[in-house]
Design a protein around this ligand. Sequence first.
Ligand code: BG6
Length: 469
Amino acid sequence: MLDNKLKAFPKDFLWGASTSAYQVEGANLSDGKGPSCQDVKELPAGTASLDVCADHYHRYKEDIKLMAEMGFKTYRFSIAWTRLIPNGTGEVNQAGIDHYNDVINTCLEYNIEPLVTMFHFDMPDALDKRGSWSNPESVDWFVNFAKVMFENFGDRVKYWLTINEQNMLTLVGPIIGTLRIPEGTTNVLKEVYQQNHHMLVAQAKAMVLCHEMLPNAKIGPAPNISYVYPATCKPEDNLAAQEYNAIRNWLYLDMAVYGKYNNLVWTYLEENDATPTFAEGDEEAMKNAHPDFIGFNYYSTATVQKAAADDELDPGADQQSARGEAGYYKGYANPNLKKTEFGWEIDPDGFLATMREMYSRYHLPMIVTENGLGAYDTLEDGRVHDNYRIAYLRAHIEQLHKAVTENIEMMGYCPWSAIDLVSTHEGIRKRYGFIYVDTTDEEVGTLDRYKKDSFYWYKKVIATNGEDL
Ligand code: BG6
């Protein structure tokens, strides 16, 4: 489409940014909070422990005030399951309810719409010990947790996200520290997709419950979507790209929106003797659920070529790295794209391609729930000159603007992250925030907050509703 005929962003566009509880809060065992899988996992060498993080648990008022100064219309944060229900099921921890009530009320005082992620990589350890998502009861555990949230916060929270990056939990769970494979499992793929099935059913039931309990609320999924390119115009590479698109992206959204397994993924599971077992009522539950919008995290595209049946392939180092599966597809470093300091490809055009493809498949309003650049920032005289981050975000907002112009219903944009926090596996040295937090992987610092150059830049972007980039 033409570059010079842009339409304005909607007046009520939700500009904001995101965090997740276990990465930002700290205080991970305080005030009655139980441990989650993140608190008991062995941390990658040299990375900050999770007991302090950005100390957002104690400093959320100061942080939300800074978000308000940037002009945020929304703040996406997650609720730690173990702060609310320390053992995952059973007794509710009033201190946890009080804490999130206060976070929500603070947002509302500044006219910031809370956008709540229900589950962001932090399964209660007590439920891990009962089999985590491999246990069919996990569906009820999650629905009960959802009910506690809807009862306590539903009078003020209008926007809910179910499971953050379920596709990454399924594809690279060991990196994120979430996957539990029961002893004696012989077909790991089947086990992983059975767990994935339980998450899909849990999500479906939570969406139905949300609509029953909170008729005015809106709820949607939040997968990590990377549109997949074929490495060449060889027809076999194009077929491989379609297969990886289905396995990485569409499985999750086809199920959330249409209540159906994607046919390519189902075939792949059949071929590997890995189709999940349906419990009574699962099919109906998945058909009955309908999201009101789609949230999605976008960092980059992926590129693949056809893999031979005897190729030995990398299962993937993290969320965005090239992966492969023998006989299907293998990752390919796209020579047209630059990379971040942490090796993630940068592809703003691919962001537009992703939005186009998603909208043409699902025709639902969409909100970007993550997008951003992890970098080694340095604090000099109280400032962080993160022009590289501004360049990344500017290039992506330009494409977002084009999506709006193309009549794709975009509701909002929440980059990762509002404030510096601990990365999934690369410590706090990999920073994403608009607000610098004085702390390192080696030792806890003053935890003072500093506004990065990107803070002032994003403030201007929001003030002009995306016109002045
Ligand atoms: C997403 C997650 O995958 O990417 C976040 O939802 C994560 O939790 C973010 O922090 C950036 O990834 P990383 O690995 O750099 O922390």
